[in-house]
Write a protein that binds this ligand. Structure first.
Ligand SMILES: [Zn+2]
Ligand SMILES: [Zn+2]
Length: 349
């Protein structure tokens, strides 16, 4: 089969490799769509632990496809030919986090395309532990629901995790710092929850233009005087909820100043290693009764919830997919994703 192989910072190619084997409890999945994530770009260009010339890896953790074959012990719930989307994170299955439904927070956590081979290939093996934990979600692909859409439910589920922490209520004002696909997904969820004003800030004019075209309800703000803008937009009160969907330490520090009384913030975007020591005015947290939250990855419940929201049309994420590529066009796809051209770039097979 064809697979994109990654060897170290900036080193990758497309090559013919052996189709992966599968055991009695495993499922072999024929990949139909695999979306490129910001974290893929980080791993591709910065390298990732354990990935080298000797031990290459296939990235890609936003995956949907067709079941090619099932091991003989796999539950009859899954059959060859079934169309499925795959949640990437799996836990050990027995620790307190896993038992509480938080397999994504397990200390033994593994994920497709991160610490094991993923979806930038024609086939991927779904191991027994993932099959049994319910990582595969059956989907019906047709006119209204594509493999590509199913693939980008993964980042949506991570956004949904942050969204749940913020408890956005009707008439809340919401600020999102960062206008990439993640920022737009946050904005869509805030809109779904009834926010009366959704402001998206970014340093890039062209990205904000995309946001404004996406939904004219979204208010865009470019540049540095964010505080002045927010106070003007909220009658001097600040926003009820804020999401930092960018890797900027300054956004985290500033967010506390932009929040209203009883405001909530979600530090959604992680910071680059070594830049995560941020000075916060903690008296703002104290006197304004702020809630500071973080979120990482998503639980299987959140993944399935998001799949339903998209399948039923409650959320229309179609326009977030701005380009589809055959795997042979990997150089162009990865380069476009790196430059932030378009929103989601997806490999289709
Ligand atoms: Zn991702
Ligand atoms: Zn566990």
């Amino acid at each position: 089969m064809k697979a994109l192989r990654f060897y170290g910072p900036g080193e990758f190619d497309l090559r013919e490799v052996e189709t992966p084997s599968y055991g009695d409890g495993d499922i072999l999945l024929k990949v139909k769509a695999a979306a490129i994530c910001g974290s893929d770009i980080r791993m591709i260009y910065n390298g990732y632990k354990g990935v080298s010339r000797e031990t290459p890896r296939t990235y890609g953790h936003e995956i949907a496809g067709v079941i090619e074959a099932c091991g003989k012990n796999v539950t009859k719930e899954y059959q060859p030919g079934d169309t499925v989307a795959v949640a990437p994170n799996m836990g050990c299955g027995v620790c307190d986090m896993c038992v509480s439904g938080n397999t994504h927070l397990c200390s033994e956590y593994k994920a497709f395309g991160i610490n094991m081979d993923g979806g930038f290939a024609e086939y991927v093996t779904v191991p027994e532990i993932a099959v049994r934990q319910g990582n595969l979600v059956k989907i019906s692909v047709g006119e209204k629901f594509s493999f590509s859409k199913a693939a980008i439910v993964e980042p949506l589920s991570c956004v949904f995790n942050g969204f749940e922490k913020l408890n956005i209520r009707p008439n809340d004002t919401v600020l999102i710092i960062g206008s990439g696909p993640i920022g737009i997904m946050h904005a869509m969820l805030a809109r779904m929850a009834g926010a009366s004003k959704i402001i998206i800030n970014d340093l890039s004019e062209s990205r904000l233009k995309t946001v404004a075209e996406f939904d004219p309800f979204f208010v865009t703000s470019c540049g540095d005087d964010l505080k002045g803008f927010i106070m003007e937009q909220t009658n001097g009160k600040g926003v009820d909820a804020c999401i930092t969907a960018c890797p900027a330490p300054s956004a985290q520090a500033m967010s506390l100043e932009l929040l209203a009384m009883n405001g909530r913030v979600n530090f959604f975007g992680g910071l680059p290693a070594g830049k995560d020591k941020v000075e916060l005015l903690t008296n703002l947290i104290h006197y304004k009764q702020l809630v500071v939250t973080g979120s990482a990855r998503a639980s299987l419940r959140q993944y399935r919830t998001c799949m339903r929201l998209v399948e039923t049309g409650v959320l229309d994420i179609d326009r977030i997919i701005t380009a589809e590529y055959p795997i042979e066009a990997y150089e162009e796809a990865i380069s476009n994703a790196r430059k932030g051209i378009g929103l989601k770039n997806v490999f289709v097979f």
